[in-house]
Structures are given as C-alpha cells and as structure tokens.
Ligand binder design. Structure first.
Ligand SMILES: *Cc1c(COP(=O)(O)O)cnc(C)c1O
Length: 475
C-alpha cells in the first residue's frame, strides 16, 4: 500500500471502528436506560419471587445487532428471572449476596477510567487504594503492619494464595508432600481441599479433627493428633480454622488453635470468608486470637455487601508470598520487600486485573463503617427473631448459632427425613423467599443464612408466612 491508499483505508476503517466510542447523547441515553432498569430492579425486589426454577433461553452470540433496550429486556427475562435473585433481601440460602449501589458505581468508575492497579508504577493512586483496603483489613484483624495482602476475586482464590505461601514457607514439595499433614474439620469450605489440589498438594495427609456439638474444632483432639503425627515422623505444617463456617456459621476456637499452632510450629490459617466482618459486632469475643493467625481470608462480597468479585487475603510472612508471586525473583525480596509489596501483582497470581479495591474503598469513604456494622448486628438479631417464630410453629432448631446461619427441621411424626425434603421442595416451588438445605449429623436440615443488607424484619415475617403455607402442603 502506498501512503494515499493507507490513508483511504484508515478512513474507511474508522467509519466502523469509531462506533466503539459512543457519543455524549448516546452515552446519556444508555446510562439513563441502565439506571432506570436498576431502579425498577431494586424497587421490585421486595415483591418479586426470589427463586424461579427456569432454564435460560437463547443467549448465543451471532453477530446480530440489538438495541440497548432489547438487551436489557433479554437480561431481565433470561438472567434475572432464572434461578435465585442473589441480592434480594429474601435470599436466605447458601451465603446471600450483596450489591450495594455505591459499590456498583465504584465499579462503573473503575471500568470507565480503567487504571492499571496491578503495578504501583503504572498507577500509584490505584495501587495505593488497593493497599489501603489491605491496611484497613490488617487493622480489623489485628495483623501487624508488616503483614502483606492482596485483593482477589473471591475466597477460593484467597485460600489458594494463603496455602501457596504456607507450602513455600515449609518447602512442601517433591518427596515432602506425602509426609506433610494438614489439619482441618469436615466443616471446612470445599475451596480449601480444592486449593490444595490446585497447588500440587493433592497427596498431603488430611487430618479431619473431631468437632463439638456446635461444629467447632476440638483443640484437644487437634493437639493429640499433631503429637501422634510428630511421633510418627510426619511433617505437620498447616492447620485451617474457620471463623464462620458456611454450613452453620460456627467459629472455631481460634485462640486455642493458635496456641497449638505456636507450640508445634504450624502455619495457622483462618478462613473468615463469610464470618470475618462480624468481628466488628457484639460477637467480637468469638474472634479472640484471630490476629495470631499466619494468614486469613475474608470476603467483602459476603459480609460487607459488595457485589461478587472481592475477597482479601492477609499473610504475615511476606517472603513466602513473594516466592510464588513476585515477578522480579527471590533475590530481590529482602532489599525490596517494602517496594515490592506496593504492587499487587507481586502478591497475587494475577497481573492485569480489575481495579477491585475501589468497590470497597469508595463505599467505606462514602457511608462510613457504621451502617455496615449495624447491618451485621441486624442480621444476627433477625436470625434470633426468625428462630423464635419457628419455635412457636413447633420446628426443631439447631443450637443457638455463633453468627447469622442457623438450621431447622420439622418433627413430622413419620418419615421426617422425607417430609423435610418435601418441605424444602415446596419452599423452592413457592419461590417467594429462598432457603437452602444441608445435611448435619446425617440429618436433612433447612438452613437460614441471613446476610443480605436488604433482609429486614418484614422479610423474616414474610418468610414465616411462606413456611406456614408450605408446611400445610406437606403435613
Ligand atoms: C464462601 C466461602 C468460601 C469461598 O469463597 P468464594 O468467594 O465463594 O470463592 C470459602 N470459605 C468459606 C467459609 C466461605 O463461606
């Protein structure tokens, strides 16, 4: 091509490519349509069914153009009206989701301006925001300033980062793997076993420590097992405690586990993905000893009501984190530790990534912490209120919960197991309020997990009405 041909071709290409830079009027229209949609979504939540058992329709990509209004329509029908409406206050299943508006706007801002948050040099401000969120987490969990941390997409990846650090600190590789021991309980979230497999530790020895009647690890049994393993010439290296299990919200005796970890030189990891932020509430005594952990994970996309895609991991031993994640090699780690910790990419498997710190930093700066804490206290109390009403209806309840997860079943006179499953099915068919189930002590139970910032007293009243309705269909 000669110069003129190149210029002509560029003009031609520009006629099409410039469509990606939408003009001001169109931006305004589209943004208006999205916020109008968001408004009607939010305003419909209290009435809309929380759960619809329905498959998605055709969402394939086939190079046809659609109007923005049509796309929003498709989104509503094929996404929102299928499955669980996660940010509904009526979501009491699994671990309910957040989705506060200020965080959504932070995401919008982060996406439009798209600063490079992975490397401090590329955007010192964005990297600093990521690091200030980490600093804030360190304060909350009594971790020293010298600890490092990173923001990941979720608790599963955070577990992975922490276990990788533990692995590298203890040199668990090659022949060491099959004689190395990890201590946990059956209540540990499955992302822990998954992370161990991913990082090449599938063949470590997993010791499931007995639990008490509230599903908390028994420290005496932990210590006895560690002693046996040492006597047998094994290599105990990691104990996983949970501060708020997914199934029952149980908080393991963290301080007692920390004692044992210290005594035998184990890496103590605390999975606080769901429960961590309850340390800010009247339940803080349950978290005693959490600051003695070697690593901790926490999910702001759970108990800080942020949209999906934000978890934190803190690790005290920074060199072990740099070992696997730092791009500039181990030889720099002591000299440049402080400098290296400024760039999230040195502490995380990710390099280029969403500027996710903003979605927590901005809401905290805008709302302050008080509404978040009040919201968590409210969830604790809502579960109490719910349990009281269930008791009046004759339900069997689990023991007084540590946090905002509890469970129940109806004592049907015959076929109780089968009929509780039927009750669960009726609840799902009804769909107004969503609950999920689990199996505890070989019994089918229905769970309540209160964690939505939109769950209120009225929501619980409505749930009770639904349960009465469904119970009448089974008994
Ligand atoms: C949710 C959860 C996880 C996994 O976190 P994701 O953000 O879903 O990846 C890990 N541990 C516990 C205790 C959890 O509740």
């Amino acid at each position: 091509m000669n110069r003129e041909e190149i210029i002509a071709r560029l003009e031609e290409l520009n006629n099409t490519s410039r469509e990606l830079e939408i003009g001001r009027e169109e931006r305004k229209t589209m943004a208006g349509e999205v916020t109008a949609y968001a408004d009607s979504f939010i305003e419909s939540l209290a009435q809309a069914k929380c759960f619809t058992e329905k498959e998605a329709g055709n969402l394939s990509i086939n190079n046809e153009k659609h109007s923005f209004a049509d796309l929003l329509n498709t989104y509503q029908k094929e996404v929102i009206e299928t499955g669980i409406i996660a940010p509904s206050g009526k979501h009491f299943g699994y671990i309910p989701a957040g989705g506060i508006y200020s965080a959504a706007l932070a995401d919008f801002l982060a996406a439009v301006t798209n600063p490079y948050a992975g490397v401090h040099y590329a955007n010192p401000g964005a990297a600093t925001i990521e690091n200030e969120v980490i600093n804030w987490l360190k304060k909350i969990f009594n971790f020293p300033q010298s600890a490092v941390g990173t923001l990941t997409s979720g608790g599963s990846v955070s577990n992975l980062v922490a276990f990788t650090a533990a692995r590298d600190k203890f040199g668990v590789k090659n022949g060491e793997i099959t004689r190395s021991v990890v201590y946990l309980t059956e209540q540990v979230h499955h992302s822990a076993q998954k992370a161990l497999r991913i990082i090449g530790l599938e063949d470590v020895i997993l010791r499931y420590i007995p639990i008490d009647d509230r599903y908390r690890m028994l420290p005496y049994d932990l210590e006895a097992q560690v002693k046996r393993d040492i006597a047998d010439g094994l290599n105990p290296f990691l104990v996983i405690g949970t501060a708020g299990t997914t199934d029952t919200g149980a908080v393991d005796p963290l301080d007692a586990i920390a004692d044992i970890a210290e005594r035998y030189g184990l890496w103590f990891h605390v999975d606080a993905a769901y429960g961590g932020f309850f340390i800010l509430t009247s339940k803080k005594d349950l978290f005693k000893g959490i600051g003695r952990a070697d690593s901790i994970i926490v999910d702001p996309h759970k108990s800080m009501f942020i949209p999906y895609g934000l978890a934190g991991v803190l690790v005290k031993d920074k060199n072990s984190v740099f070992h696997s994640n730092s791009i500039s090699g181990n030889y720099m780690q002591d000299a440049a530790g402080e400098e290296m910790a400024k760039s999230p990419a040195n502490l995380s498997p990710e390099l280029t990534r969403h500027f996710r710190g903003l979605r927590l930093w901005l809401p905290l700066q805008y709302h302050g912490i008080e509404p978040f804490v009040a919201c968590l206290e409210e969830k604790l109390l809502l579960v109490k209120y719910f349990r009281m009403q269930l008791a009046e209806l004759g339900f069997e309840l689990g023991l007084e919960p540590d946090l905002s997860v509890s469970y129940f079943r109806y004592p049907f006179e015959s076929d109780a197991e089968e009929k509780n499953k039927q009750l669960m099915a009726e609840i799902h068919k009804d769909g107004d309020v969503y609950f999920s189930s689990t199996v505890l002590n070989d019994q089918f139970v229905i769970r309540i997990a209160a964690l939505s910032f939109r769950s209120k007293k009225e929501t619980v009243d409505r749930a009770i009405e639904m349960i009465k309705r469904c119970l009448a269909k089974v008994s």
